[in-house]
Design a protein around this ligand. Structure first.
Ligand SMILES: Cc1cc2nc3c(=O)[nH]c(=O)nc-3n(C[C@H](O)[C@H](O)[C@H](O)COP(=O)(O)OP(=O)(O)OC[C@H]3O[C@@H](n4cnc5c(N)ncnc54)[C@H](O)[C@@H]3O)c2cc1C
Ligand code: SF4
Length: 463
């Protein structure tokens, strides 16, 4: 056994090789490595890791089974709380959640909980293990709008309770951001996301794709004409934001959402794809979150010299530390403490550069973060022929504009009762990014779980 204070290292594709392909970067643990890593767990009496998990997975419980090599039992423990272990093991910000609280992490390195969860999820898929289904159907219908992690989790939990659940999804493939946003090299679609969605379908959940609720059918029609007794809105926050600077309308300016959707959902990165995507020489990605890292790493793989332009310093980058580390290893240039002022446009309307100004950190703002302040006269130009705006997103107003009684806050998020997750409209519940604005997969899953409980209580009381 290695040093018990240190994580068992995980194998990854070489940075030089992976910068030219869309294969998964992290290769995960094999059984021997997983058992060795699990053996570092202290099986704490008061496991703080569980408190750090938004869906309260029994972490020491599943890790104990990994330690003893009983992987199917480990899967059963995780399945009690999560239907997407292979997804969460790959994309959750564990360093800020379970691993951030791990007691082993006080004197040494925390347990690699995410990598162990991924190992268990991947092993279950390889072995064909399935989550347990409902004992008895109760014949009551619930509609779920959106098939991202919030909708999938809500639907799965309700199906396990015996409800007949139909998910309505606007796109032609289910999965939400897991399919259209997060790139293949972080989260393989056919190998990981689709099989986990298939498991949720095996619980009895039906998924109807190409249905835009608010256009193809309204929430009122679902309730009044189609016999759904409750509706869960998990429609996410897919509306991109822009800076409002000169030149933003030029050819060669993308929102990160559009760029990533073309590449991930429509497979534009593949040579034989019909979907066009611009293959630029030099790309500036504006923003510092996970979305910015994903867009930058995609542009790099499509052959461009790629810059991240972010107005604060490295310490404030909102992206996961692992994503920043991977991006740097692959050769992304970080232009930190820089803010774009104008996108320069050539005579044909195409991007020919981006003029930025250097910043320094001043006093902390209302959020406690030090505000960036411009350094006069420090302008410089990045000779980019493409710019990707990754400045965050907000909920799409389509559902609220077509449904009476659905109130939103000033950021466009649906207002819900914290306990029941019901919106301001009776029988309509909501959760995930549609409520909070852009957040994380596991928070959306936690919201989907809480809403399933709220819906069950509401329908039992109504019966
Ligand atoms: C590029 C990118 C990278 C990210 N990386 C990470 C990461 O590494 N880790 C992490 O934890 N989080 C990450 N996130 C955030 C995370 O993916 C989201 O917080 C999460 O997916 C939100 O889940 P959701 O179910 O609320 O919404 P979504 O995943 O957005 O799903 C909403 C679904 O609803 C559908 N929909 C919308 N309107 C309608 C309608 N009217 N009718 C029918 N269907 C509709 C949409 O098509 C979509 O499929 C990332 C986000 C992006 C964009
Ligand atoms: S806090 Fe860390 S060491 Fe303790 S049970 Fe959880 S994973 Fe194991």
């Amino acid at each position: 056994m290695g040093d018990p204070m240190k994580k068992v290292p995980v194998r990854e594709q070489d940075p030089k090789v992976r910068a030219t392909n869309f294969e998964e970067v992290c290769l995960g643990y094999d059984a021997e490595e997983a058992v060795a890593e699990a053996s570092r767990c202290l099986t704490c009496k008061k496991p703080l890791c569980v408190e750090g998990c938004p869906v309260n997975i029994n972490i020491p419980g599943f890790i104990s089974y990994v330690k003893s090599g009983e992987f199917e039992k480990a899967y059963a423990v995780i399945s009690e709380s999560s239907s997407l272990p292979s997804v969460c093991g790959r994309v959750c910000p564990q360093e800020r959640q379970c691993e951030g609280k791990c007691i082993r992490g006080i004197k040494g390195e925390s347990i690699a909980i995410g990598k162990l969860e991924r190992f268990v999820g991947d092993t279950a898929r390889a072995e064909g293990w399935k989550p347990t289904t409902a004992v008895e159907q109760n014949g009551r219908k619930v509609a779920v709008i959106g098939s991202g992690p919030a909708g999938l989790t809500c639907a799965g939990d309700l199906a396990k309770l015996g409800y007949s659940v139909t998910i309505f999804e606007a796109l032609h493939k289910p999965g939400g951001v897991l399919v259209y946003g997060i790139p293949e090299f972080r989260l393989p679609k056919d190998g990981v996301v689709i099989p986990e969605i298939e498991n949720i379908k095996k619980l009895g959940v039906e998924i109807e794709t190409n249905v835009i609720v608010g256009k193809s059918v309204t929430i009122d029609q679902l309730i009044n004409d189609e016999g759904f007794e409750a509706v869960f809105v998990g429609s996410g926050a897919g509306l991109p934001k822009f800076m409002g600077i000169p030149g933003e309308q030029a050819n060669g300016v993308y929102s990160a959402n559009e760029y990533l959707t073309r590449s991930n959902l429509m497979k534009a990165f593949a040579e034989d794809s019909d979907t066009p995507i611009m293959r630029a020489k030099c790309v500036a990605v504006v923003g510092g979150g996970n979305v910015a890292m994903d867009a930058a790493r995609t542009a790099l793989r499509l052959g461009a010299e790629t810059h991240i332009v972010y107005r604060r310093s490295e310490a404030e980058l909102p992206a996961r530390a692992e994503e920043v580390h991977h991006a740097k290893e692959e050769g992304i240039v970080f232009d930190l403490l820089c803010n774009p002022e104008e996108i320069l446009v050539d005579e044909n309307g195409w991007v020919k550069g981006i003029r930025c100004i250097r910043m320094e950190l001043g006093e902390p703002d209302a959020s406690g973060r030090r505000s960036p302040v411009e350094i006069p006269g420090s302008q410089f130009v990045i000779d980019a022929d493409m710019v990707i705006m990754a400045l965050g997103t907000s909920p799409n107003p389509l559902l609220t504009s077509t449904t009476k009684g659905l109130d939103v806050n000033r950021r466009g998020g649906l207002i819900i009762n914290e306990e029941s997750c019901m919106t301001t409209r009776d029988g309509v519940f909501a959760g995930g990014d549609a409520v909070t604005g852009a957040a994380t997969v596991i928070l959306a899953m936690g919201a989907g779980k809480a809403a399933a409980k709220g819906i069950d209580e509401y329908l039992r009381a109504k019966a």
